[in-house]
Design a protein around this ligand. Sequence first.
Ligand code: SF4
Length: 202
Amino acid sequence: MAVFVNFKICDNAKECGGVEVCPTGAFSWDEEKETIVLDNQKCISCGLCEKECPIGAIRVGKTEEECQKIEKEIQDDPRTTKDLFVDRYGAAPLSEFFLIDVSDVSNKIKNKGLTFIEAYKDDSIQCLLKSIPIKELTSDLAKDTLFYKTEVDDKFVGDYDLYIFPSLLIFQNNQYLGKVSGYYTVDDKDDLIESIYQIIEK
Ligand code: SF4
């Protein structure tokens, strides 16, 4: 019947899986306007796009009643684009509470597997990996890899010698392995993957 995108939490990137899987062109990417475009005249409610979104930003209604319910849920959704982290880093979706306080970092990094902490300052709230879904970067990593994002304080900056934001810090079993700093675009994807793996495989 109809497809909906919750743009409160959607990062509206052209790599959206919904664009790739839609068999009818109902879910597409407008190159000129740089946005996802929905054409419900073409939507057959197959649900393929919905399955592609790790945070549930894509919703498909098969009846009028379902559509109304979805619209209301989107309207009432209190989340914001800060929650993009789950989407971009959606290889192992956490919970909607992935944004952690800097004081919680020491606890989170006790995870035996890999833990990625994206450190940002309030003037660098944009994601480190612009338009690159983390699942593309980390598909070879263990499923227990965790991802968090935290706004840093001066102590944290000093502890990890941070001077470029955002920075992606990588930990394993309470050990700091290293960091990648700055913004990366789709064109830099291979460089970013290489940097991450260099740190992990050291
Ligand atoms: S439900 Fe199917 S047809 Fe409709 S937008 Fe999603 S993938 Fe395309």
